[in-house]
Design a binder for this molecule. Structure first.
Ligand SMILES: Nc1nc(SCCc2ccccc2)c2[nH]cnc2n1
Length: 162
């Protein structure tokens, strides 16, 4: 479905190669969430489906494509003092084509799933990553203070389908 432009909807793609127990993250070099490791993603443009945006951002930010993206999570983030929140659609890729390439936005890096750098990631990630890594689907809401680090509210549930 194509969403209207007014809502701020974002995508987040995590490439997880289960058989090799590794995940591809990117170090964000600038913009929102800079200096943190994260999946690949960005804003859904007007007239674009959420899924199309997810495929596009993976290619733009990491230089790779994937055959199938699976919808695995829906997260809402709000920040004190900021009226607009973020609606983030999380996708899993299980395979990829090409070679991960550094972009202006992101420096890709493989991590063993046992060594995910949570201290250098958004503070909510260590809450929902275990659900992601175990193949579950989830819906969550996290409320942050202005520091974009302190979480003052959290809701996180496993769901059967998204
Ligand atoms: N893991 C994670 N990601 C995000 S934003 C991801 C979506 C995005 C937004 C803007 C530019 C590019 C990508 C978060 N925000 C608050 N906690 C968070 N955790």
């Amino acid at each position: 479905e194509v969403r209207i432009a007014s809502k701020k909807i974002f995508t987040l793609v995590l490439l997880h190669i289960e058989a090799q127990k590794k995940i591809l993250l990117g170090f964000k070099k600038r913009g929102f969430g800079a200096d943190r490791y994260n999946g690949f993603g960005g804003k859904v443009e007007a007239g674009e489906t959420i899924e199309a945006a997810a495929y596009r951002e993976l290619e733009e930010e990491a230089g790779i494509t994937t055959d199938v993206l699976e919808k695995v999570g829906l997260l809402w983030f709000t920040f004190r003092g900021d009226t607009k929140g973020l609606e983030v659609h999380v996708f899993r890729a299980a395979s990829y084509n090409g070679v991960p390439m550094e972009s202006e936005e992101m420096k890709p890096q493989w991590f063993p799933t046992s060594e995910i750098p949570f201290s250098q990631m958004w503070a909510d990630d260590h809450h929902w990553f275990p659900l992601f890594l175990s193949g579950k689907k989830f819906v969550g809401k996290f409320h942050f203070l202005e520091d974009q680090v302190t979480i003052t509210g959290k809701v996180l549930d496993v769901v059967d389908e998204l």
